[in-house]
Design a protein around this ligand. Structure first.
Ligand SMILES: [Mg+2]
Length: 172
């Protein structure tokens, strides 16, 4: 098993740890981000004022932001439309196809884009395999949607392995 592909390049508590200034300084021009439990709790339909203003801060700084979600059209569209965000739904992460589509829509290159997400099995694995800089966040909510629960079980085993190997260190 290629454990390396499950290892994020960065790990942060939440997206608020990421400033437009710091990203731009690293040459980042675009952000692809997961939605559920990355930006808001999986069962919250709309953006919080905090997340809306974080997205706006990124956009105002000139960063392109796209949501890449495995969730369905209704869920993703009702979150994104009110704040005018581009999105791709039913993305089937970790498959490469939707990552490629996101990049094409943003008109950016792989080394100009970061992938942010709360799941190792979809966001990190997909981003790494596609060749993006991956940033893992702590899930916003403790609970998960039905589809995510199995992935979390596998994720916990992978994380345990990383910790044993001293590849990651953080508090849960
Ligand atoms: Mg998620």
């Amino acid at each position: 098993m290629m454990y390396k592909n499950f290892l994020p390049d960065e790990y942060v508590k939440d997206v608020y740890q990421l400033s437009a200034e710091a990203l731009l300084a690293k040459g980042v021009k675009g952000i692809i981000t997961d939605l559920d439990n990355t930006l808001v709790a999986w069962d919250r339909p709309d953006a919080t004022p905090e997340i809306a203003s974080w997205i706006k801060e990124m956009q105002d700084a000139g960063l392109k932001v796209t949501i890449l979600s495995n969730n369905n059209e209704l869920r993703v569209k009702s979150f994104c439309d009110p704040i005018g965000m581009p999105f791709i739904f039913a993305a089937r992460k970790p498959l490469k196809k939707s990552f490629k589509l996101a990049l094409t829509q943003m008109n950016l290159k792989k080394d100009e884009v970061v992938m942010i997400g709360d799941q190792v099995m979809t966001d990190v694995l997909g981003g790494n395999r596609f060749g993006l800089h991956t940033i893992l966040v702590v899930p916003v909510a403790k609970s998960d949607g039905k589809m995510t629960k199995i992935n979390r079980m596998i994720e916990r085993r992978i994380m345990k392995k990383f910790k044993q190997k001293g590849l990651i260190s953080w508090e849960e």
